[in-house]
Design a protein around this ligand. Structure first.
Ligand code: SAH
Length: 274
């Protein structure tokens, strides 16, 4: 698999045929386990020629690409962007206009905290044909593998996905979330990108009325062979996550369903052993 340091030759046939720009496919790679790809995503991967991928796409998923596919890594690792969002969009448009069908591969689902919406808007504005293939989002993967149903008649009648990512620059960096809404009872709140702000999240939820005993868990590398689940409460989770050295990617699951992990995850282990 080439990491595209050699220049891509433009598809002269496509250009001469005057067929206009090639199609871009935004593909959800799921949370990590390659078996969780949709059949449609797996087909698209096998047919890929030029791939722009993020850091969250697992190696097992990338292994499904044909060896001759050009892979361009555009993700970020340890807070360091390989490419800005604007540059990613520019590159995607340039490749498509030059006649290359592009597969834009994103962790989880492209339209859930994946900036897929911005990329689709740029494609629509540029008149470039595109398709979106949904993926299993990290929350759904974690729910199944860690034994935390996202809704449950006894625990959660609503489900909120929120981001714990800080907005703004320098001292103005803040978490601009609707804490009152997030602290409501009888709902599940799943926080993406919230590991760095976990202490603030738990504190704000308690300050806005959520009981300190509210079950809360961190699911690290959900669906991957080394998945870890740290169970706690709003009061205890930040310290537990620190003690256990939890690292990204990780999700925070808050609400009664987080406590079902103890009951539902052993069933998964028993099945795996059967
Ligand atoms: N589009 C993705 C989310 C991208 S935002 C999706 O639908 O899943 C990146 C965040 O997703 C990470 O910071 C983490 O909070 C979460 N995430 C992605 N993969 C994960 C995994 N395997 N386990 C736990 N969290 C994950």
């Amino acid at each position: 698999m080439s990491e595209l340091h050699e220049p891509l030759r433009f598809d002269a046939r496509a250009l001469l045929a005057g067929g206009g720009p090639a199609k871009v496919t935004l593909v959800g790679a799921g949370p990590g386990d390659p078996e969780l790809l949709t059949v449609k995503a797996a087909h698209a991967l096998r047919a890929a020629r030029v791939v722009l991928h993020d850091s969250l796409v697992s190696d097992d998923v990338l292994a499904l690409l044909p060896p001759e596919a050009h892979r361009i890594y555009v993700g970020k690792r340890a807070g360091c962007h390989a490419m800005s969002q604007g540059a990613i969009i520019e590159l995607m448009l340039k490749l498509a206009r030059a006649g290359h069908a592009v597969l834009r591969l994103k962790g989880g689902d492209p339209y859930i905290f994946g900036r897929g919406g911005e990329e689709a808007q740029a494609l629509a504005e540029a008149g470039i044909p595109f398709e979106v293939i949904p993926g299993i989002s990290a929350a759904q993967g974690a729910a199944a593998s860690a034994g935390m149903p996202l809704t449950h008649r006894d625990h959660a009648r609503a489900l909120v996905f929120a981001t714990g990512h800080l907005r703004g620059e320098g001292e103005n960096r803040s978490l601009d979330l609707d804490w009152e809404m997030l602290a409501r009872p009888r709902q599940t709140t799943v926080i993406y990108m919230g590991l760095g702000t976990l202490p603030i999240i738990c504190e704000q939820l308690m300050r806005h009325g959520a009981p300190p005993s509210t079950p809360a868990a961190v699911v690290e590398r959900a669906t991957c062979p080394d998945e870890r689940v740290i169970d706690g409460t709003l009061e205890t989770l930040p310290a537990l996550a620190q003690v256990h050295g939890v690292k990204a990617p990780a999700l925070i699951v808050i609400g009664g369903v987080a406590a079902l992990h103890e009951q539902l995850a052993p069933a998964k282990r028993a099945l795996a052993m059967a």
